[in-house]
Design a protein around this ligand. Structure first.
Ligand SMILES: [Zn+2]
Length: 638
């Protein structure tokens, strides 16, 4: 509604401006016309005079005898007079036009100011709810009536202009006063700061730089834009945003988001205790202590985050969850937030989720060449079962997407089995079929239909139950490839996890071909990592043959840091990559799975087959200088 009114006024402005211009011309054309008529008559008189003289001259020439003796003298006398007259006329014409144009411009400027003011009052009174109906009438009608009246009054422009100006100001200034009383300081007009701002904007147009910032309180601070997203409807979200902006905590939230983005903090933990607020940041999957904050400012900051997320600000015991949005340096972030009362006070967790990083290839994920070729061959296989695994949230989703995108989907038909409420990212040329767990359905419900489609590959990320697994195992006998996933701590454990779902061990052991396991590990910061010569016993422990690796790398020690590294914010690590373990199931492992399923036995079998386990793959990355020994230890302990 408001927007529509705004639009209508814009048209109104155009029409009004046209009317004003016409009025201006009408009032002045008469004066112009009058002046013009006088000049025309004058010119004509001169013309006649000149013609008369010329004619008498011609007559004299034709009849020299009859010519009066005074005639030549008269003609000669008329000529200088002519020139003088013409000159005077021209001067008069020019001065008349300039004066008229100036008068016209004056009237036009006043009319333009009035039209702009009418338009502004109309919109502004609606925005700030100052009674636009009343103010429109006050600013519009008296001036309009007077302008029309003046058209018919025989008054000089020099008198008309001040009258119009006085009436304009007398109706507009009262609105300005009311407006200034009802708005934020940065929104006032005709005040000192407003004039400075207008001057600065004009100066900047001609290349001068004058600093005269006119910003709302909420616009100050870090260049972060916040969005209220917690409520279902736009109106509530807008109201929440406006109320958040009025709080001094708004700037604190902006600073917080900027700080998190600069630190690459993915998650923030705020522990509100009696005395202070303890701060922790999760960066690349590791928690780091931040500087503690004071209670007062943190309370105001939390109130703003809760308002943006449409949560109860005063509720500090019950668990609440919501989200808001932020934009900083061209990146948009989703900020899910949860708060809950704990023994020491209130605990708040706020996430900063940026756009998902796109991984296009195995190399992007950090998989070494030899390993990814081996895996790509398995993915291209015609039958069997392939298992993806990681810790929960350990990168398996991305790993599956890259594996599917890298494999041939044009010569083979893929079907994906997904739970209707847990849909996966769409992949080109893979048709997804859904079952509804809430309605008691499992993948079993889809199988009869899917079997009739004769797909080459089934993707069932979640096996759910033994029955679904059994049906899929059966399909392998018809030369189908099955792709599945399961959370686990290492590759061999992934096999045992599937067995724990009470699937028939014999059938499972017969179809399973390989497990690809991933663990995320932090990469050393390329700008501050320090090279060192590892002692021989360390190399021996790591299983690195002597003479193979001359240098290993580690983050700088505190005493080695002259000034904190900007690349990694002094953490020594930046970003994460994957450590991959590929377990190819052989007959010995199949026997173990059926007879004595056990982690140690499976690992032993893998080593006997010269397969690199997670630890060995990690040591390779240490040797390459991608990561450090302490980081690998940390990751392997997870
Ligand atoms: Zn660094």
């Amino acid at each position: 509604m408001r927007r529509m009114l705004g639009l209508r006024t814009s048209y109104g402005t155009a029409i009004l401006l046209a009317v004003a211009a016409t009025l201006g011309l009408v009032t002045h054309q008469r004066a112009w016309a009058q002046a013009g008529l006088g000049e025309v008559l004058e010119t004509q008189a001169i013309g006649n005079e000149m013609e008369g003289a010329a004619r008498s001259k011609r007559e004299n020439n034709q009849n020299p005898q009859q010519a009066s003796p005074q005639a030549p003298n008269a003609a000669v006398a008329a000529r200088p007079q002519d020139a003088a007259n013409r000159f005077l006329t021209e001067v008069n014409q020019i001065s008349l036009s300039v004066a008229n144009i100036l008068k016209l411009v004056l009237i036009f400027v006043i009319l333009w100011m009035w039209v702009s003011a009418v338009d502004w009052v109309n919109r502004d009174a609606q925005i700030h709810q100052l009674g636009y109906f009343k103010w429109n009438a006050i600013v519009f009608f008296p001036f309009m009536a007077l302008a029309l009246l003046l058209v018919f009054l025989p008054l000089a422009t020099i008198i008309r202009a001040p009258i119009l100006l006085v009436v304009f100001l007398a109706t507009w200034i009262p609105y300005v006063v009311v407006h200034n009383k009802n708005v934020q300081p940065h929104q006032t007009v005709l005040t000192g700061s407003w004039w400075r701002y207008v001057f600065a904007s004009l100066a900047s147009k001609v290349g001068l730089k004058v600093s005269a910032e006119r910003k709302a309180e909420y616009e100050k601070g870090a260049a972060v834009e916040l969005f209220a997203m917690g409520a279902e409807d736009l109106t509530t979200n807008n109201a929440n945003l406006l109320s958040a902006r009025n709080s001094p905590g708004y700037l604190l939230v902006k600073d917080l988001i900027a700080d998190m983005a600069q630190r690459r903090s993915e998650r923030l933990l705020l522990d509100f205790t009696q005395q202070a607020v303890n701060v922790r940041h999760e960066i690349d999957g590791v928690w780091h202590n931040g500087d503690a904050r004071d209670r007062e400012s943190s309370d105001v900051m939390l109130a703003v985050m809760k308002t943006l997320a449409n949560l109860e600000v005063k509720e500090r015991r019950k668990k609440q969850e919501g989200k808001f949005g932020a934009k900083f340096e061209g990146h948009t972030y989703l900020c899910p937030i949860s708060s809950q009362g704990v023994a020491t006070g209130e605990r708040v967790v706020m996430n900063l989720r940026g756009e998902q990083q796109r991984f296009g290839s195995y190399a992007d994920l950090g998989m070494r060449e030899g390993l990814h070729q081996q895996w790509a061959e398995l993915m291209a296989g015609e039958l069997g079962m392939l298992v993806f695994s990681s810790l929960p949230g350990g990168g398996v989703t991305t790993l599956i997407i890259v594996s599917l995108e890298e494999t041939d989907r044009l010569m083979r038909d893929f079907v994906a089995i997904e739970e209707v409420n847990h849909r996966e990212a769409e992949i080109q040329n893979i048709a997804a079929h859904t079952y509804d767990a809430a309605a008691g359905e499992t993948p079993v419900a889809l199988m009869p239909k899917l079997i009739r489609l004769y797909p080459n590959v089934y993707i069932c990320r979640d096996l759910v139950d033994a029955e679904s697994a059994k049906l899929l195992f059966k399909e392998v006998n018809d030369e189908r490839l099955i792709v599945t996933s399961v959370p686990a701590k290492e590759a061999v454990e992934a096999l045992l996890r599937i067995l724990q779902m009470k699937v028939p061990a014999k059938e499972f052991a017969a179809v399973v071909k390989a497990v690809l396991y991933e663990r995320l590990i932090r990469k050393l910061c390329p700008d501050c990592k320090v090279a060192y010569t590892p002692p021989p016993d360390v190399l021996q422990k790591l299983g690195i043959p002597a003479g193979k690796v001359e240098k290993l790398y580690r983050p700088p020690k505190p005493e080695e840091i002259e000034k904190p590294c900007r690349t990694c914010q002094g953490l020594g690590y930046k970003g994460r990559t994957g450590v991959f373990e590929l377990l190819v199931v052989n007959d010995q492992m199949r026997e173990i799975l059926v007879k004595q399923p056990n982690v140690d036995l499976l690992k032993k079998a893998a080593r006997a087959a010269h397969q690199r386990l997670l630890q060995e793959e990690g040591i390779l990355m240490v040797a390459k200088g991608v990561t450090s020994i302490p980081e690998l230890m940390r990751v392997l302990k997870q």
